[in-house]
Design a protein around this ligand. Structure first.
Ligand code: SAM
Ligand code: SF4
Length: 347
């Protein structure tokens, strides 16, 4: 835990001991991303090296009860209205259904969703729906089995497609699909993925690749941009901007071929939306991060394990939020990639 910042620099009206998660730039975090594990059963090349990473020792990982306590503090004391469980791969966490049902029992009841690679989802979807999970996002970068294996180092495409179907059947809708395109590897999957989603009623969103890979191989020049993606899609489909209010939603959306169905692009790099960001993050080892790209964290686990009260934990979380930077700064010459990769932060 870093020392408390000088009270002189707190924004007007925000004092420890009251209120929500407000930063110095006037944004309020109401959307909590909780990473439940840093482990994964795939090795997406833009995320994790094929040999995996040094996983967190179990003792450093929050227990299910600790996760639920911090989520409860977020909801009851800090104005959190949406909770998304992620990882690593959150389906690898045995206590996931219990954590979901404890979260959906909170008041005011938050919206609860999950981001997953869907391996094993066909088995888990009914239990997650029964626990009250509202929605699901599945990551899928290709429909070609050989390319899936090349991209993830695992031959699991059939499991993912079965997981998608099970999520829809269990009512975890709208099912959204997240796709990252890599130049020269799966760019050609953009249109087939769109057509697959239109056919099955899934909502497709492309995510620009960000400098959050464990092996620091990202380069701006190699990245497939929102403009590149739009050019590919509009070569074969008609896209009309969706006029529905975007709010803090990261995806820009388009209506496809005169239908109600949409496709989105999350252009985190080329059209960043940091000014509207409403997120706060809790890592699997109990660190609060006020931004994906933050270089500092606030250790709630140590405080929690040494007897801090709910009010003290809430205060630490408020203080951690104050120092959120106005933007990720990827374009600044001084930009430094965070030490933790995406899989250990929680995407
Ligand atoms: N394992 C789960 C999954 O893949 O959905 C949840 C964790 S994963 C880190 C969450 C999301 O982050 C996925 O949609 C993945 O595609 C995305 N992601 C991972 N590394 C990324 C990167 N370097 N740039 C952009 N998105 C990334
Ligand atoms: Fe695992 Fe998700 Fe990272 Fe792929 S993107 S390696 S599924 S954590």
């Amino acid at each position: 835990m870093s020392p408390l910042p000088d009270p002189q620099v707190r924004p007007t009206g925000v004092t420890p001991g009251s209120g929500g998660l407000v930063d110095r730039h006037g944004r309020t975090a109401t959307d909590l991303r909780v990473s439940l594990t840093d482990r994964c059963n795939l090795r997406c090349t833009y995320c994790m090296p094929p040999e995996g990473l040094d996983w967190l020792p179990k003792v450093e990982q929050l227990t299910d009860d600790e996760v639920v306590r911090l989520v409860r503090i977020g909801v009851e004391q800090l104005g959190i209205r949406e909770v998304r469980f992620t990882g690593g791969e959150p389906l690898l966490r045995p206590g996931l259904p219990g954590i979901v049902s404890a979260t959906t029992a909170l008041l005011p009841r938050p919206e609860v969703s999950l981001t997953t690679n869907a391996v094993g989802l066909s088995r888990m979807a009914p239990a997650l729906a029964a626990a009250g999970l509202d929605r699901i996002n599945v990551s899928l970068d290709t429909l070609d089995q050989a390319r899936f294996k090349q991209l993830t180092y695992r031959d699991r495409l059939p499991d993912v497609l079965a997981g998608l179907k099970a999520a829809k059947n269990a009512g975890l809708t709208p099912v959204k699909i997240n796709t990252v395109l890599l130049r020269g590897i799966n760019e050609d999957d953009a249109v087939p993925l769109l057509e697959y989603c239109l056919e099955h009623g899934y909502e497709l969103r492309f995510i620009e690749q960000m400098p959050l890979d464990a092996h620091h191989a990202w380069t701006r020049g190699e990245m497939v941009t929102a403009d590149d993606i739009l050019a590919k899609l509009t070569a074969t489909h008609t896209l009309v901007p969706d006029v529905e209010e975007r709010g803090a939603a990261p995806a820009e959306r388009w209506l496809v071929d005169g239908t109600e169905l949409t496709v989105g692009i999350i252009a985190s790099v080329t059209r960043s939306f940091c000014g509207a960001c409403d997120r706060t993050r809790l890592t699997a080892d109990g660190q609060i991060r006020n931004c994906l790209f933050a270089r500092e964290e606030s250790d709630l686990r140590a405080a929690l394990r040494t007897g801090a009260s709910d009010a003290e934990l809430a205060d630490r979380w408020r203080i951690a939020t104050l120092s959120k930077l106005p933007g990720h700064g990827i374009d600044d010459p001084s930009f430094l990639q965070p030490t933790r990769p995406m899989s250990a932060i929680g995407g």
